[in-house]
Design a protein around this ligand. Structure first.
Ligand code: PMV
Length: 349
């Protein structure tokens, strides 16, 4: 019998969408109603580190996140485990010399290098790291595209964290979801001066989960239909802006898409309010920075919570990050420096 513990470790970065995913056309497979596009943050900023191991010595499948045991019985986690085990089983069936790992209990140990409770898209990095760690453990010859299809079933946005840089996620047309995968729009090196400033407006867990919020929006909002229709052209314009390194166009599209997403939330019945007064102050600050500069040099975007992510280029660090420290110095934050550790955006007071 196999008494050995087999093990593999990996990390996956957080991604923040600039064209938002909001709405599922198939809730069990996490198939989206619209395509989306994100920027992957540098791994030294925000990331999940995950070790996957399997052994006959383990009593059952388990998952620890920041040392706290998590429930693995949920359909999302189970779908990822099942898909990866099926691929491993295929390998074992085709090569009898391989150790039989597919049937062994899995132990997943994950650590975020940022506060999990801060509502910072932690599930995206979490499921991306979980899927890649198990794929490595099983020595699967799976491409990032294939792994993105699996991670999508854990958390939709997780599929985009399998790629670095600028990443799209296609809605796809197949009912099975086989073509609803992430793809690289451009590598990080294409536009290395891109920076992200993350303002942790609230470290509380979000009031309405993204899954519950999306379902209610799809069911009740009439604005939502208009939003879904506008996304394909916005996706094209965003991909063109990234290819051309046109920050003005990137910024305008990012802010309009965030506003459109939060408008459909307000149009949901009952309404969903993710932004708060500090979020709105951050929007006003970005507008102030851009009018003073006479051009869009900063772009805000908000996910399913009040925390602001501000994109800007390195050459405008003083004007953007500097201004934020002046106005919202009391708000904790991270300044994404590609390849360098993050910095606290403000001391108390
Ligand atoms: O995949 P989820 O359930 O984490 O949903 C993510 C939804 C947004 O963060 C609001 C948008 C996005 O595209 O990441």
């Amino acid at each position: 019998a196999e008494q050995k513990v087999h093990r593999a470790s990996t990390t996956a970065p957080v991604n923040i969408a600039v064209i938002k995913y909001w709405g599922k056309r198939d809730p069990s497979l996490n198939l989206p109603t619209n395509s989306s596009l994100s920027v992957t943050l540098s791994q030294s900023d925000l990331r999940t580190h995950t070790t996957a191991s399997c052994s006959a010595l383990f009593p059952a499948d388990s998952l620890l996140l920041n040392a706290a045991p998590q429930d693995v019985s949920g359909a999302r986690t189970q779908a990822c485990f099942r898909e990866l085990r099926t691929l491993r089983k295929q390998l074992e069936d085709s090569d009898s010399s391989l150790p039989k790992l597919a049937t062994l209990p899995l132990k997943i140990v994950s650590e975020n290098n940022f506060p999990t409770a801060a509502g910072l898209a932690s599930s995206a990095a979490g499921f991306a790291a979980l899927v890649r760690a198990i794929a490595d453990l099983y020595a699967l010859p799976a491409s990032p595209t294939e792994l993105s299809r699996i991670a999508r079933q854990g958390s939709g946005s997780a599929c985009r964290s399998l790629f670095g840089g600028y990443v799209g996620w296609a809605t796809g047309t197949e009912p099975s979801g086989s073509d609803s995968t992430a793809y690289e729009v451009a590598p990080a090196s294409h536009w290395p001066s891109m920076r992200a400033l993350i303002l942790v407006v609230s470290a509380e867990k979000k009031g309405v989960s993204s899954t519950a919020g999306m379902q209610t929006t799809v069911a009740t909002s009439s604005l939502f239909r208009a939003r879904v229709e506008s996304v394909p052209s916005r996706m094209q314009q965003m991909e063109a802006a990234i290819r051309a390194r046109d920050f003005g166009a990137f910024a305008r599209l990012t802010m309009r898409d965030s506003n459109s997403f939060h408008a459909t939330c307000l149009d949901t019945d009952p309404p969903i309010f993710y932004l708060n007064d500090v979020s709105r102050a951050a929007i006003a600050a970005v507008n102030g920075i851009n009018s003073a500069a006479g051009a869009e040099i900063a772009a805000y975007t908000f996910d399913a919570g009040p925390n602001a992510v501000i994109y800007y280029l390195a050459e405008h660090a003083a004007a953007v990050a500097g201004t934020f420290k002046g106005i919202l110095g009391h708000v904790q934050g991270w300044e994404g420096q590609r390849g360098r550790a993050v910095e606290d955006a403000g001391a108390e007071g």
